[in-house]
Design a protein around this ligand. Structure first.
Ligand code: KPL
Length: 306
């Protein structure tokens, strides 16, 4: 199969390596001519993990140069998903499959509504990877990746085909019949950790060391659970606070993606994380004052950047 990858950040490059290893042809769709020129100076990307370093040679192009896309993997930041998708939409073949792998929620549902004819899959990953240079990736840890079909296209037999092909890319990958609760679980964890690490400008584990931070986290968790309950979305089989506590502890020395984005003056995903939660709460008639406050505080931090 030929895959195009939109969003050549850490997860996009990790998947480029996985796909090439599984025998697929891969084309990276790069953001602009500068990035493409940089890639072409020394084509290829390297992935380093405990087993050593491997080099891969995907092709690279720009959105406007794409002709026919059969399989599209979107690994942009959540706030860039829709515009990135629109930049290649006209190149998608009639039977194209789109797989969205990003934090937060909103863009997935918007794409399904806007393009009911497309097969849209979405997933959530806890794979740990970071770039040391533009095309040099370190795979820090192997997490869990869950993928399922979002669009209500159940009659298409090729869906199960696609699931089998995905499993061949990565045998650890989990195919879910219902992906929405999976996306909500990741959203819930991100609502509990990301805004607070941005507000306190701290590592994930430093949220657990202070009573006031733990209390704030617990309040956020309670509200997220109320919204999920009201919408009949099953979260975890134990309180969200316990689950989030463990994630913050396990990833204790990490800086969350939101804390990093704010520190590096990049746009952040607050609207697709806490913003999405607050919107869903409004629709479900649930009040979420702590999350609303966190949303406003992080929006304030984002505005300070400009
Ligand atoms: O997903 C994350 C993120 O940083 O976006 C967590 C779970 C908080 C780990 O850092």
């Amino acid at each position: 199969m030929h895959w195009h990858i939109l969003g050549a950040g850490a997860i996009g490059q990790l998947w480029a390596g996985k796909l090439i290893k599984a025998g697929h042809k891969v084309t990276l769709i790069l953001r602009n001519r500068e990035k493409l020129a940089l890639y072409r100076q020394q084509p290829g990307l390297s992935i380093t993990n405990n087993d050593g370093t491997e080099r891969f040679l995907p092709q690279a192009t720009l959105a406007e140069e794409c002709r026919t896309i059969e399989n599209l993997l979107v690994t942009t930041k959540a706030f860039a998903t829709l515009s990135a998708f629109n930049s290649v939409h006209s190149a998608l073949s009639h039977s194209a499959r789109v797989l969205l792998l990003h934090n937060g929620m909103g863009p997935q549902q918007q794409l399904v509504e806007a393009y009911p004819q497309l097969q849209i899959w979405a997933g959530s990953t806890t794979d740990g990877a970071y770039l040391t240079k533009p095309f040099e990736l370190v795979q820090a840890g192997t997490g869990e990746t869950r993928i399922g079909m979002l669009s209500d296209n159940q009659t298409d037999l090729s869906n199960s085909d696609f699931a089998a092909q995905l499993k061949m890319i990565d045998s650890d990958l989990i195919i879910e019949n219902e992906i929405l609760p999976v996306l909500w679980r990741k959203l819930a964890i991100n609502c509990a950790i990301n805004p607070l690490t941005a507000i306190y400008n701290c590592r994930n584990g430093e949220l657990l060391k202070f009573t006031d931070r733990r209390a704030a986290m617990s309040q956020l968790c309670k509200e997220v659970e109320q919204v999920a309950n009201a919408l009949n979305i099953p979260l975890f089989d134990r309180p969200l606070m316990e689950q989030a506590y463990d994630v913050a502890e396990i990833t204790g020395t990490n800086h969350s993606s939101m804390q990093q984005d704010i520190q590096l003056n990049r746009p952040c995903e607050i609207e697709m994380i806490t913003g999405y939660l607050c919107e869903a709460a409004g629709q479900a008639g649930v009040t979420v004052p702590a999350n609303q406050l966190a949303l406003e505080a992080v929006r304030g931090l984002c505005n300070e950047q400009s």
